[in-house]
Design a protein around this ligand. Structure first.
Ligand SMILES: *Cc1c(COP(=O)(O)O)cnc(C)c1O
Length: 365
């Protein structure tokens, strides 16, 4: 199995696609992850046979035996990326090769058969071609792509599955922030961690999210938008949010983010921000940042801005930070200039309205 392998797709068009008028009505206010396109891509894997039976077909429920391995031992991984409408009516994706590589790394960690990177990219392109009318035309919208893979063997023994299903579905999404970018408030969890060294924190697997939901619920009970996790060893260093990486901007214009220690998800937005920030002249550091230091730096004014980043919201300013004992504000609590400058440049590259010297934009149509 090598990264260059791919398959021919059997195309079975959806014979009852959503009518154009209804599609437009749905896409006028799509929200996030509630509306889906007409098609899905599926590819099967069996030990000894490899990947086979690649299809573009009507999106439909997948019948599942109650003894299917994923339902019991959670061997499941996923990705999330966006397709954008280009100015000339074409369609692009942002760094899909990085998602393909991360998906393979996640598969390795969960002892799953890796999807060859070329096949992964071909599946994304096949779905975009089938559902091109679902890519929003407006300046805020995009088509969120969700590739995922799960253990499909029917067996209750604890072992890596000998069969997998790889699926790609797509969902048109609107602006994450209705009415402009708003800073979020974050809750620092003292009772829960997201991932430990040696665990699955660096893999994009559903199980990590299952483990984070109770902490996210706790954040919301305390009136915060998102949870921030500290390291699992000392509960001392800031790691990341439930589904976003975190950055800090200091009064000397330097920018820092926690290093990829094995328990942090290596975000593609994170890596893109590191690159852009350096090119914009910021000193950039990947270094451990104790929570107490975060509080002290915010209070002294050494810390000017903080933001979270990930595919869904791109870059989100952090306005206030709270734990059981105290609360502090970052800067004046509003979105900072460095945060918004980085956001503007990254969004413009993604949407094709700014130059892309990095070769990040991948043309599909
Ligand atoms: C997906 C994800 C991110 C962000 O990754 P991007 O590639 O930037 O979307 C950050 N943290 C966690 C836990 C994630 O699952």
């Amino acid at each position: 199995m090598n990264g260059g392998e791919t398959l021919d797709f059997e195309i079975r068009p959806n014979l009852q696609p959503v009518a154009a008028a209804e599609r437009s009505a749905l896409m006028a206010n799509p929200g996030f992850g509630r509306i889906f396109t007409d098609h899905m891509v599926t590819v099967r894997y069996a030990e000894g046979k490899g990947w086979y039976d690649a299809r573009v077909e009507a999106r439909a429920p997948i019948p599942m035996d109650p003894a299917t391995a994923v339902l019991h031992y959670a061997q499941e991984i996923f990705e999330g990326l966006k397709a954008y409408r280009a100015a000339d009516g074409g369609v692009t994706m942002f760094r899909p090769d990085a998602n393909a590589a991360r998906f393979r790394a996640s598969a390795d960690r969960l002892a799953m058969a890796p999807v060859p990177e070329r096949l992964f990219l071909d599946c994304l392109e096949a779905l975009i071609r089938a559902d091109r009318d679902w890519v929003p035309d407006d300046a805020e919208g995009s088509l969120y792509l969700r590739p995922f893979q799960y253990a499909s063997e029917v067996f209750l023994g604890v072992k890596p599955s000998s069969e997998y299903l790889f699926v790609v579905i797509a969902s048109p999404v609107g602006s994450y922030f209705k009415g402009g970018v708003q800073p979020v408030s974050v809750w620092v969890s003292r009772d829960y961690t997201r991932a430990a060294r040696g665990g699955t924190g660096a893999a994009k697997c559903g199980g990590n999210y299952a483990a984070s939901l109770v902490a996210q619920a706790e954040a919301m009970q305390h009136g915060c938008d998102q949870v921030v996790f500290l390291d699992a060893t000392e509960f001392k260093y800031v790691e990341e949010l439930g589904g976003m990486n975190v950055f800090f901007v200091f009064d000397d214009d330097s920018i820092a983010t926690p290093p990829l220690s094995g328990s942090i998800l290596p975000g593609i937005t994170r890596e893109s921000v590191l690159r852009l920030a350096a090119e914009r002249g910021h000193a950039v550091r990947e270094e451990p940042y104790p929570f107490d230091q975060w509080r002290d730096d915010a209070r002294s004014g050494r810390l000017r801005e903080a933001f979270a980043c990930g595919t869904a919201a791109v870059i989100t300013p952090i306005g206030t930070v709270r734990d059981a004992e105290a609360e502090f504000t970052i800067g004046d609590g509003a979105a900072g200039a460095v945060t918004m400058g980085l956001r503007e440049q990254l969004v413009s590259i993604q949407r094709g309205t700014a130059p892309d010297p990095y070769g990040w934009v991948h043309r599909v149509l």
